[in-house]
Ligand binder design. Sequence first.
Ligand code: COA
Length: 150
Amino acid sequence: MEIKKLEKHEKVPMELLLLADPSKSIVEEYVAKGDCFIAESKEQIIGVYVLLPTRPKTVEIVNVAVAEAHQGKGIGKILVNDAILVAKTQGYKTIEIGTGNSSIGQLALYQKCGFRIVSVDHNYFIKHYSEEIYENGIQCIDMIRLSKEL
Ligand code: COA
């Protein structure tokens, strides 16, 4: 598997990006401003993440996704760790990520990669998404924000 940065003129894997974020308009907005990295295997895109600078010396992983057939094999962890390495190499001091209160697996993954929970954005998913989201039998309402010093 190879991870590479997409050039601005290259097409982003929208289907994969939508796995992590159901709002196409929100995805399009941050993809235009950030850098999109893809994981390729056998000429197929099987993973993606997007890094977006948010504040001085701070960058956020605004999207990370692995194709359904390839999930649960350690690729998500490789992508998150690659994002951490890229951010550090680019001179950022803090990397952040946010996920829903119902995203149990994602919360496990990010903490296994060294992220700590720093705050909760209450009602974020009610305010910003038109449809109700459910995962693991829990309604996704609040955004859990996590951060890691680099
Ligand atoms: N409890 C405890 N640990 C869990 C868990 C759970 N419910 N679910 C996952 N994990 C752990 C795994 O055990 C693994 O840790 P390990 O390496 O120590 O065993 C780690 O989380 C990550 O597993 P990995 O196989 O690397 O994840 P993945 O390749 O399936 O990718 C996602 C993870 C989230 C990127 C992937 O599932 C995905 O694309 N989901 C849809 C999009 C999405 O939700 N993106 C994130 C939006 S915030």
